[in-house]
Design a protein around this ligand. Sequence first.
Ligand SMILES: [Ca+2]
Ligand SMILES: [Ca+2]
Ligand SMILES: [Ca+2]
Length: 185
Amino acid sequence: MKSFLLIIFIGLASNVSSGEDPRFWDFNNDGVEDVWYEDKEQKYIEYLDRNFDGKLDSVTTFDAHSNWILGSQTDDDFDGKPETRHFYVNSQIHSTFIDSNGNDCSDIIHYYSYQVISKSLKVEASSKGKGSKITEVVYKFGFPEFSHTYVSEMSVCEFYEKELTKAPKRKPMPKIPSNSELTSK
Ligand SMILES: [Ca+2]
Ligand SMILES: [Ca+2]
Ligand SMILES: [Ca+2]
């Protein structure tokens, strides 16, 4: 681990001295870029290949002025398809919505309190063909403290849509004028 950090540090030092921000990195030195960045108006996007298989598995949007995270999408089973969306408030993780079976309705949802996992919901279609079965897990110190199961009249997709209304809306921070903009007024 120490040598890995040292390599990163040397890499950072050499890039910083060239006077330009690095826009991509090859972490494992296999000649394939593992992270790169794209600049957009008021934000920038980080593209990441966490398991070095050459396939993108994490896309995160940052506010360009504060560097706060606005939102991210990940492929956490590394099958090449993103299924997990992460929502943030003030750059802190608020909730994670996972579509485990690829039907465009998240069926596993995690909620966080001050960056610590607090509650999980798993929604399954009822075996009776109508409604759904929900398993709720409550955590303490990131470890399950208790769980219970209940039934809902709502379908998996209806339940997901109701939970999605609780997710924070993504909005870029207001643009902070640069020193040159302020002095030119
Ligand atoms: Ca690489
Ligand atoms: Ca990957
Ligand atoms: Ca996936």
